[in-house]
Ligand binder design. Sequence first.
Ligand code: PXL
Length: 281
Amino acid sequence: MAHAPRIAAIQDISGIGRCSMTVILPVLAAMGGQCCPLPTAYLSAHTAFPPSERATFLDMTGQMAGTAGHWAELGVTFDAVYSGFLGSVGQFELIEDFYRQFRTKDTLVLVDPVMGDHGKPYRTYTPDMCRRMGQLAAQADVITPNLTEAALLLGEAYEDLPRDKQGIQHSLERLSMDGKRSVVLTGVSLEPGQIGAGFFDRTTGQTGFAMARQEPAQFPGTGDLFASVVLGTLLRGESLERAARRGAEFVQHCVAHTLAQGTPILEGVQFEPLLCELMTP
Ligand code: PXL
């Protein structure tokens, strides 16, 4: 019996704004994966829509253990466990329980340590949640922080994080926890007009960079788009370097396409017409 790679997607569902689950499901489906959603929260819209306190927020912690229990009874197995935006502090322990129930030596655990952007934590992320995210990320095979999240994981001030090539390589090595986990660090820019990711591949011990043209705008949800392309590429058996390149390239295409359409930034990138790019390896 052959099945498509199956991914447990532990993410929020935001009704408006193209982020987390509403990005991850279509991207991974286009790349040949089957996503099983384990929602952490339902929000009317992502937290970047002002005023953010108008967004409804339904914490779904109460559903998570029962869902995992039913999945275990059904005998379901997962090729990957992919977590991102979490709803509240109790969910960290539930995810660690999920690893104990479902993780095998072949399971790829990707933790996107979603905590903040532009130097600031998201409104719903408390310092305790950020500390617990560090502990969860310590169990991952791959992490995909942005610079804000890297600073939080390293316990450094965002402003003090190095932005030059050597400094970023050093941060990547530190984030790898002595080569224990692979790292793809997003939002890296080494020269004007270029943006992308720095990566550390634990299988080769190498660091490198995957850059694309920098477009003149930043959209919410592109971190989720990037991480899901990375995961989809890894599940096809390709290298971390290739995964980072595909992620950077796809995000750049989606941003350029959306800018050409002129739709509001807060609605996120129009990735839907470009999904066909992901269907072939
Ligand atoms: O893209 C990260 C993300 C996920 N989920 C929610 C968010 C954000 C970023 O703002 O608000 C609800």
